[in-house]
Design a protein around this ligand. Sequence first.
Ligand code: RB5
Length: 147
Amino acid sequence: MIAIGSDHAGFRLKEEITKYLQCRGLEFRDFGTFSAESTDYPDYGEAVGKAVASGECEKGILVCGTGVGIGISANKVRGVRCAVCSECYSAQMARLHNDANVIAIGERVVGPGLALKIVETFLDTEFEGGRHARRVGKIMAIEDRQH
Ligand code: RB5
């Protein structure tokens, strides 16, 4: 199950991505927003982040104007590793090396064709493990040192 969410500035691209997921027969849960009416990106970053961190969903996809605000918001949820990506190489490496479990994309930054390739790369690339597992473990240990 994939969690997906956006604010108003990412709404149209979110719709494109949900169509793509449907075409691939992938199950997803859409956390909104459901129109282009102005709304606040942290609400969707948190909702998708929590769905992934709780294990309800394996991966999350977020869209806002830049991907930045909604990505920062998701990363505030314990257990989330969200990567903001505007090209496929970073999306691939975010999976291979960082085991990113959420991706954030900017509708105002990339066109829909590239955005779908970024999503495809994110979904189809496995974590490499090995030395990267130690480093990802160190990332997560930072959370344990917070109050
Ligand atoms: C909304 O105007 C915009 O600020 C938001 O979508 C996002 O780009 C924030 O990081």
